[in-house]
Ligand binder design. Structure first.
Ligand code: PRP
Ligand code: URA
Length: 209
């Protein structure tokens, strides 16, 4: 399903793995495996509109015109939890470059706190995928997208696992040029700004903390 700048990547295999991820009794190992699977399954949809250019190749039979990507692919997970999704994407797109943005949400103020940023030199030339499993208030994703733009990135997509309508609205307001891809659009935020029904704390569940 696709509305303007918001694509819900809906597929039976994604929905059934999301059930494992959401289930509170799922242990860390199974949680990780299911998250990697969802990322792999989402890869085709989130990269569908990448541009290619002609590439001449020589098969054992003859020369032909094939395709190569026009620009490098750059994955930028937001630490920590973004690493889980990025691992799955990188399994499929092995030629990708990877940068990291370290942010955590201050649970009192809900404001994102910056603690790390290391981006590849070709960030200005690439198709950049900003990655975080959770889009809750939107504060972390908005700040990370701003950091990418300050570094010169122009072609940015934001990819998450579960989004809250509140976070989608805030992100669109701050970055109307950045499309959002999510595996699920949930109901709302609770009084602590956790996504309902959500999956709880993504970083704690992925890293077993
Ligand atoms: C989680 C999640 C997002 C953020 C979403 O990270 O991975 O980065 O919260 O919330 P927001 O949309 O309201 O900003 P967290 O701050 O828990 O850090 P962690 O990944 O290190 O656990
Ligand atoms: N961060 C999480 O990990 N989960 C939420 O529901 C909201 C923010």
């Amino acid at each position: 399903m696709s509305a303007e700048n918001l694509t819900i990547v809906d597929h039976p295999l994604i929905r059934t793995r999301l059930a494992v991820i959401r289930q509170a009794s799922t242990e860390t190992a199974a949680f990780r495996e299911a998250l990697h699977d969802v990322a792999r399954l989402m890869t085709f949809e989130v990269t569908r509109d990448l541009e290619t250019k002609p590439l001449e190749v020589e098969t054992p039979i003859t020369k032909m015109q094939a395709d190569e990507l026009k620009r490098p692919i750059i994955f930028v997970p937001i630490l920590r939890a973004g690493i889980g999704l990025q691992n799955g994407f990188s399994d499929i797109v092995s030629e990708s470059h990877v940068g990291y943005i370290g942010l955590f949400r201050d649970e009192e103020t809900l404001q994102p706190k910056k603690y790390y940023c290391k981006l590849p030199d070709n960030i200005t030339d690439g198709d950049v995928f900003l990655i975080d499993p959770m889009l809750a208030t939107g504060g972390s994703a908005i700040e990370a997208a701003s950091q990418l733009k300050e570094a010169g990135a122009t072609r940015i997509r934001f990819v998450c696992l579960i989004a809250a309508p509140e976070g989608v609205a805030e992100f669109h307001k701050a970055h109307p040029d950045v499309p959002i891809f999510t595996a699920a659009l949930d109901e709302c935020l609770n009084e602590k700004s956790y996504i309902v029904p959500g999956l709880g704390d993504a970083g704690d569940r992925y890293f077993g903390t």
